[in-house]
Write a protein that binds this ligand. Structure first.
Ligand code: PLP
Length: 450
């Protein structure tokens, strides 16, 4: 068995091979059992190897798996109806794609089509945030932050304006309680500078996922954003690729602000990773002009295939049948409660989160809120220390403060995690922080350039 023919994204280490999954565990061929405390990458909400879902997949595969855009299938109709029933009122038109980047890119094109259809052909720019992430395709990356991932592809990226997304802990303008006001002010200023007549949409994650896991804005933030968007004929796109389908303890993250967006991008938890599927959901007020003007000239081969739709439907049925969104809320509260005492540790800046989307940030000097020198690789050290304890967490994207500095990890297990398993994760995190402290004690942090 050789890795020779796999073009892996990182070529540096021998990757363990997984033979199968069981609930919250991934089992490797060498017998190690990893507690998947990040659900892959915030994906596997119902756990691994659920038989009811495998049965639904097998039944659909025996009927029909693929038809192209000129046909509808029952699973597609049923899933669209199910999603429309879950999303905020009016978000009733579901466009199926195969992944989160396709979903955000489709949202960009939908917004463009809407403005063309409503007599505003000059509107095309999308405003986004430096601490946001919307995917890897060129337009999705153009709307994203994460400096380290953008840098090499910068010549291809579209010239879209970005706002700074305040991380209250690091805010230099206030004590963290008025960050939402600074950001709305910046949004208004950027709209003026770029010209409202050129702006198509503002895209934003309701609660940050990969770039600063668990950071949630002030209760007034989204109502204020909604008002600014309406006043300037700018569509509000909410990226629920991570936060959708229960991950933050409500059906969608934006439900916690009771604001209705114009377009919503979803993915990950829709199928819990049993098959690639995602969806862009449009409000009727966006859909109607596009439909009246003719076709939405956009689509991907696998979007809405019957097998993926049947699989996602089985996942959503499973979540409902086992009341897993409530479980996610309860286990998320427990995880946060048990990790919060880490904030007393000199190397832990903050523990934050909603539902089972929890972030832990590390800091070199608490007094001055100075982050570690990126060269120390603190995030990777934490992820590796947990990996050695057979607990999987996500490395937070580098540079949550300024594109370069800021270390953090994300914890987002399946909603089926038990209280005892939450405790296992918490114990492993505490032990790994102690290991980090021992490493830091042996390093001349000042000499390392902090
Ligand atoms: N949007 C958000 C908020 C994400 O976190 C991601 C990926 O992590 C994407 C979009 C892109 O999704 P995908 O990797 O499925 O293309």
């Amino acid at each position: 068995m050789s890795e020779k023919h796999v073009f892996h994204r990182a070529q540096k280490r021998d990757w363990p091979q997984i033979s199968h999954g069981e609930g919250v565990h991934l089992v490797a061929t060498d017998g190690r059992r990893y507690l998947d405390a990040c659900a892959g990458v915030h994906v596997v909400s119902v756990g691994h190897g659920v038989e009811e879902i495998a049965d639904a997949m097998s039944a659909q595969a025996r009927k029909v798996t693929f038809t192209y855009a000129r046909f509808l299938t029952q699973p597609q109709l049923d899933l669209a109806e199910r999603i429309a029933a879950m999303t905020p009122a009016g978000l009733d038109r579901v466009f199926f794609v195969s992944g989160g980047s396709e979903a955000t890119e489709s949202a960009l094109k939908m917004a463009r089509k809407y403005h063309l259809a409503t007599g505003n052909p000059q509107k095309y720019k999308i405003i986004s945030r430096w601490q946001g992430w919307h995917g890897n395709t060129i337009a999705a990356m153009s709307m994203s932050g994460r400096t380290s991932w953008r840098r090499e592809y910068a010549p291809y990226l579209l010239d879209f304006p970005h706002l700074s997304a305040p991380i209250p802990y690091h805010c230099r303008l206030c004590d963290g309680s008025r960050c939402h006001l600074h950001q709305v002010e910046e949004l208004e200023r950027v709209i003026k500078q770029e010209g409202a007549e050129n702006i198509s949409a503002f895209i934003v994650e309701p609660i940050l996922g990969t770039s600063a896991c668990g950071v949630a804005p002030h209760p007034d933030f989204f109502p204020m954003v909604r008002e600014v968007c309406d006043r300037n004929q700018i569509l509000l796109i909410i990226d629920e690729v991570v936060t959708g389908f229960g991950r933050t303890g409500t059906s969608f993250g934006i439900d916690q602000w009771e604001v209705v967006p114009d377009i919503m991008a979803t993915g990950k938890g829709l199928s819990s990773g049993y098959t690639p599927i995602a969806a862009t959901v449009a409000h009727e007020r966006v859909f109607e002009p596009i439909a009246a003007a003719g076709a939405f000239t956009h689509g991907h081969t696998y979007g809405g295939n019957a097998l993926s739709c049947a699989t996602a439907l089985a996942v959503q049925d499973y979540i409902e049948k086992h009341d897993l969104i409530s479980c996610c809320r309860d286990m998320g509260d427990l995880m946060l409660e048990k990790l919060k005492p880490l904030e007393d540790h000199p190397l832990v800046a903050e523990v934050r989160g909603r539902g089972l989307l929890t972030g832990v940030e590390f800091i070199a000097d608490k007094q001055s809120r100075t982050p570690f020198d990126p060269a120390l690789g603190v995030t990777s050290r934490m992820v590796d220390a947990l990996f050695d304890r057979e607990v999987l967490v996500m490395p937070g994207a580098p540079g949550l403060i300024d594109g370069e500095r800021g270390d953090h990890i994300a914890i987002s297990p399946p909603f089926t995690i038990t209280a005892a398993q939450v405790q296992e994760v918490v114990d492993a995190v505490f032990a790994s922080v102690d290991e980090l402290a021992a490493f830091v004690a042996g390093v001349d942090v000042a000499a390392a350039g902090v």
